[in-house]
Write a protein that binds this ligand. Sequence first.
Ligand code: 13P
Length: 338
Amino acid sequence: MSELAKVAQAMVASAKGILAADESTGTIEKRFKSINVENSEENRRAYRDMLFTAKGVGDHISGVILYDETLRQKSADGTPFPALLTRLGVLPGIKVDAGAKAMALCDGETITEGLDNLPKRCAEYVKLGAKFTKWRAVITIGNGIPSQACISANAHALARYAAICQSTGLVPIVEPEVLMDGDHTIERCQDVTEWTLREVFAALADQKVKFEEMVLKPSMVISGKDCAKQAGVQEVAQRTLDVLKRWVPAAVPGIAFLSGGQSDELATEHLDAMNKLGGGPWTLSFSYGRALQQPSLKAWKGMAGNVAAAQAALIHRAHMNGLAATGKYSAALEKKAA
Ligand code: 13P
């Protein structure tokens, strides 16, 4: 097995998942605003330090996705974050896209940028200790969208990104997110997710990306946030599994879902239900941002005195999602451990 294939397998090791802590400076500002914390470099460092030094973080977290600034920051004792995580048996990763930008001639749609200079940036990230990368493409459902133009351009960019990462010694997380914003039905979400995955895997194959050396990070097939009829847990799990089985090659070692604005417990329940249904040829795990961090962020509030409670909240969600990643989660365990 290649080194990259081993890293990819470790990222989706049994009962473990990935912590997405790669919020850009603009995105973390929104999160900090909700707890009245100033978006300073030191607060961003202290917040990430709190997350990464939670006792037992490596028990259910296989890797952490960092932001460029965070990859260069240090823990309170002076250890650079990538070295700290490595010491804890957690793989450090890095978001390498430059964000989703308005797409020319495609109203209401975005194209993710960041391919310029990517080989050079990847080479530097390898030196800084990164083992894997992330690139997020965003597909929006709305009146007359998504367009073929948006889906194929984003699929192509994801594939070029993945090829560049593999060629520089990094495992790419390929993240095509179909947004849950809107009042569309779950059937519409399913159609768009199938369309997107079909294009993404065709583009990955065209660009010679090795499926064994990547991790897929998709959204789940779910009702639009404002849809009057919200599909239940079993329907979400079944439809998501159906779609993934149709379009994701068995050679991909693992699928690590994003949470995309689902509540933390619902994101756990959905993952658990898919694994209880028997999963698929790949590991089904998590790469949650909000669904792992939200309770911890609320408990922290920027105060040193709250660090222990905030760390306990993170470890609890990591534990619950670790159980869900093997289909062993239950509401009773959620309460018991809380
Ligand atoms: P959420 O789980 O909050 O959607 O974040 C995952 C992520 O990394 C988005 O790019």
